[in-house]
Write a protein that binds this ligand. Sequence first.
Ligand code: CTP
Length: 412
Amino acid sequence: MRIVLGVGGGIAAYKVASLLRLFTEAGHDVTVIPTEASTRFIGTATWEALSGNPVSNSVFDDVHLVNHVRLGHEADLVVVAPATADLLAKAASGQAGDLLTNTLLMAHGPVLFAPAMHTEMWQHAATRANVETLRGRGVAVLEPASGRLTGADSGPGRLPEPQVIFDAAMALVQGQTDYQLPLAGRTVTISAGGTREPLDPVRFLGNRSSGKQGVALAVAARNAGATVRLLAAHMDVPPPAGVEVVRVETALQLREAALDAGAGSDVVIMSAAVADFRPAEVSDTKIKKRDDTADPVITLVRNPDILQELVQQRNAGAAGAGQLIVGFAAETGDSQGNVLAYAEAKLRRKGCDLLVVNHVGTDKVFGQDSNSVVILSRSGSEPQEASGTKTEVSEAIITRISFELNHVSPMA
Ligand code: CTP
């Protein structure tokens, strides 16, 4: 496929190098057209080297090739990233002052804008009107991601992740008018890994959680277009790129981070293995074995149930009414009941909207790359099974969450 990649003059231009790589590695022939302003951020040499094609932003280069007409005509797809407020305005008003705006006027195939700018610019009535005009003409304009921006500010205006833009572009080419990714514009908080409850400066009570499932969920949510906050307890795997990471150690720290991040999130997924108990006392010094006193006895106290508190916070109106809260249940059946019966009781007790049930044993789930789960819903719909690699299971969970958010009215 022949792709024209227009690059606008914003700091996010550097991320577009990764987008270009995604296109070329998928076998597409990409011509990059940077605006004059964008070359202050990334020089044309970078685009030439990465695309393998000549790069110009002037209608007066290679005039005999009539590039200002030809590039738009021949392109199967035009993608503009970052689409600045200036570029959106120029495109909406049909200006043709440089090679990129000429190409946009000549484009015959689908056109996708991936905006990036400061929140106030994105929310300004002028930009809103320009976006509406473009969308009204059938041009695809992605929602920007939310999060930290270039200065001290944060909010909607971040360039969506390169993979997100790539997926949206491919969906657009396949004729999907519903090109917005299912979690575009949504914020998803995910806890991952296992908490560690200190006994003394060198010892802790921990668990076998590797964090792999939580990280896979973060990747799936990010790829579905969400802004992802990963609350990372102890994990054996590194956090993925393109997500905000908050490191925590204990259940109490996780509680604080989860209630804080959760308040501003559309979805909270508690996939962390939270210690139900912590030592009642934490010694400031290393506990020694001594012959003259009895061996120590560790007294445990209960940790707060974070999932339940998140539900209470939502129900008290401190988070959006449509917020979706997802719990995980690690269950082992016993003589008193089977895994699903225990899980259904847990779903009712915790009050979350979805409960992802893992059947655990010492050889199952923890640290493994594959998984098999059942998703239970508070609305009482049929249990949904998902199995495969943790990536596949995570994609199924995120698809289900997107469905609940986009098609099911909020549950009170
Ligand atoms: N969880 C939590 N806070 C806790 C304990 C667990 O938020 N103090 C969350 C986990 O992240 C998970 C869900 O609750 O999403 C279920 O955890 P699990 O340990 O399976 O359930 P428990 O509440 O410990 O119930 P039980 O001990 O009866 O199995």
